[in-house]
Design a protein around this ligand. Structure first.
Ligand code: SD4
Length: 316
């Protein structure tokens, strides 16, 4: 049996290298998902996940995360958790409970503290500076405050055929306190069924939720579509529908992998992602293609160099 992993954005690369070590040695898909996401949560220059994530309107980092086991369909999720280093680990721990498996706000933070999860101030100096700068800009300019947001979403398949999915995000920069996105919501931000495959989302949660897009992809794969066909079929007609009926569609991207390790993505914006199946992880870049298809290319060194500079650029 082969193993595989797909995860959102360039930021998941280093985590996927770690996940590969687990999966290629016969380790468990849940362990691989958690390890991958913890790597992203730990890196202070990724400003939309974990430590270094951008705060809400009040300057507080509030995180959402989820974990799902594709064998048992067990799920755990948290929303609006504060001061906890690894939101994904809290979500995974909650997935082991039949009751009280989705906690929000203070209750989520209390649970993490009570169960010994590492706590820390998640607001880095850099994130604070970006927030202060944005606050000032918003006073003088009519800007859209909600930019600079990405979720790490990861789907892993292990050699036993078990699948798992997880997500973690600090959500939209400058979000209202208490705002919850799609990432902890079953069927919207994530879903996995080891008999079919898994999917996860990143982008404007308010719009992803309107289509329950992760579940739609699983449903299409369950009806015989390849992961790429399922992503294309679930995402592009929905964007059209949103534009027609709601008047607009935010930016979002979906990833999927089936239980054979085949994968797909769909997006309405430039979207980097990482993938590995029986090979070293690679970073690819996707764009919306013609006629409801997705155009996928290898990443260039030029893109990666620019990215590295951008995420580490001094904040003036
Ligand atoms: C949310 N989906 O909170 C997340 C944020 C994100 O790219 O992924 N943005 O809505």
């Amino acid at each position: 049996m082969s193993w595989g992993s797909i995860a959102t954005w360039r930021m998941s690369y280093e985590g996927m290298v770690e996940a590969k070590k687990i999966l290629s040695q016969g380790g468990n898909s849940g362990d691989a998902v958690e390890k991958l996401i913890k790597e992203v949560e730990s890196y202070p220059y990724y400003k939309s996940v974990g430590f270094g994530g951008l705060p809400n309107e009040n300057g507080v980092v509030q995180m959402d995360a989820s974990f799902m086991d594709g064998n048992t369909l067990a799920q755990g999720a948290i929303a609006g958790i504060q001061d906890v280093k690894h939101a994904i680990s809290v979500a995974r721990s909650l997935s082991k409970r039949h009751y009280n498996s989705f906690l929000v706000g203070e209750g989520a933070t209390q649970y993490a503290k009570l169960h010994g999860f590492e706590t820390t101030n998640m607001l880095t100096d850099r994130a604070k500076k970006i927030w202060e700068k944005k606050k000032k800009q918003l006073q003088t300019k009519a800007l859209n405050p909600y930019d600079g947001h990405d979720t790490v979403g990861a789907v892993c398949l292990d050699k036993c055929g078990s699948m798992a999915v997880g997500t973690s995000t600090s959500g939209l920069f400058m979000k209202k306190p208490g705002r919850v996105g799609d990432s902890p919501l079953s069927g919207s931000g994530f879903y996995v069924d080891s008999e079919i495959g898994g999917a996860a989302a990143t982008g404007l949660g308010e719009d992803i939720m309107k289509g329950c897009l992760s579940y739609e992809i699983i449903r299409a794969m369950g009806n015989g579509k390849t992961p790429q066909e399922a992503c294309d079929k679930a995402v592009y007609p929905f964007i059209k529908k949103l534009k027609q009926r709601y008047g607009k569609a935010g930016e979002f991207s979906l990833i999927a992998m089936n239980n054979k390790g085949e994968w797909g993505v769909a997006t309405n914006v430039e979207f980097t992602f990482c993938v590995a199946n029986e090979q070293d992880p690679q970073i690819l870049i996707a764009y919306p293609g013609n006629e409801e298809t997705t155009d996928i290319q290898p990443i260039t060194k030029e893109w990666l160099d620019k990215y590295e500079k951008r995420i580490k650029k001094p904040i003036d």
